[in-house]
Design a binder for this molecule. Structure first.
Ligand code: RIB
Length: 312
């Protein structure tokens, strides 16, 4: 089977505390419960796309520990090709997550094996990168690896999606090579250097990135929906009204939904609608990979909501 989506990124074991509120520095509070979930932005996006019909290959590193085994088993179980998920002598990446009563999270990632990915690994995967239709990247692996993978893909005209999370400064010459840049508001603020307090600030930040030569930008605004910007075009994907249990991996579900639709050459409006619905469904369940919708769940949800992305 032709794997037309290649995800290069992190694979983390998520250690999650559910609590009424986030503690302030120096404070100890009691949590309600503790759970573990397979996660990592890269692996989440790979599984999100695979569950929505994408043919996905994952590139990443895990340790020889039990966390690593559980994570690679889960990728495999979700039909993600793991032939380029390698084991290394480093602990598997972990994410230490706190989720409050409103479903809002804060996350500390200890990257572990994820940071052992190298530029040389990308050189060794040159043909795999050149053969894919869509390359998907985030920033939980070393930036120089992301930059190099983008250089290889760009030279071959591959469609590149970059989710600049967690927020990290990226060289502008790299951003210019990205086909779809998909930040949230805080990532947009960091990349543009413009403080964001409202949607007007978002527009300024987008215009600034466009003036620097960025291509298509999709801004995800959580409960306020998502916006696509390219030159003078703008498309709004309205949010869905759903009960919020846990926002972890909502952005990953959005990207998985978008990339799965793009892999099937769906219209951009439809791809944004499906991405938005996938993100909405993900917040209704606890955990990262446990919350990512299947294609049946997504289609049923869309039939029920009959909502369409509108062109502004
Ligand atoms: O985007 C959510 C993910 O961020 C979690 O699964 C966690 O592993 C962190 O990487």
């Amino acid at each position: 089977m032709n794997k037309n989506i290649l995800v290069i990124g992190s694979i983390n074991y998520d250690l999650v505390v559910y609590t009424q509120r986030h503690p302030i520095p120096g404070e100890t509070i009691l949590g309600d419960r503790f759970q573990t979930f397979p996660g990592g932005k890269g692996a989440n996006q790979a599984i999100a796309a695979a569950r929505l019909g994408g043919h996905v290959q994952m590139v990443g590193k895990i340790g020889f520990d039990s966390f690593g085994k559980e994570l690679s088993d889960n990728l495999n179980k979700n039909q993600v090709d793991i032939s380029n998920v390698r084991k290394v002598k480093a602990p598997t990446g972990t994410a230490h997550i706190t989720v409050d009563a409103n479903g809002q999270n804060s996350i500390i990632v200890v990257p572990g094996a994820n940071v052992t990915l190298t530029r040389q690994d990308m050189d060794a995967l040159k043909e795999t990168i050149q053969r894919t239709k869509l390359l998907v990247l985030q920033l939980e692996i070393p930036l120089e690896v992301v930059v190099h993978a983008i250089d290889i893909a760009y030279a071959s005209g591959i469609t590149i999606l970059l989710n600049p999370a967690p927020a990290t400064p990226i060289p502008i010459e790299t951003l210019r090579k990205v086909t779809f840049l998909i930040p949230n508001e805080s990532e947009l603020a960091l990349l543009s250097g413009i403080e964001i307090n409202n949607f007007s600030d978002c527009r300024k930040a987008i215009s600034h990135l466009q003036s620097l030569g960025c291509n298509q930008i999709i801004l995800t605004r959580g409960e306020h929906g998502a916006y696509y910007f390219y030159q003078d075009n703008q498309i709004f994907a309205p949010p869905f009204d759903v009960p919020v249990v846990d926002t972890t991996a909502a952005g990953d579900a959005f990207i998985g939904g978008f990339v799965a639709a793009m892999a099937e050459d769906m219209d951009l409006h439809v791809a944004l609608l499906r991405a938005s619905a996938a993100g909405a469904l993900a917040v209704t369940k606890a955990g990262a990979q446990t919350s990512l919708p299947t294609i049946t769940e997504l289609n049923d949800f869309l039939t029920k909501h009959k909502q369409e992305a509108k062109k502004n």
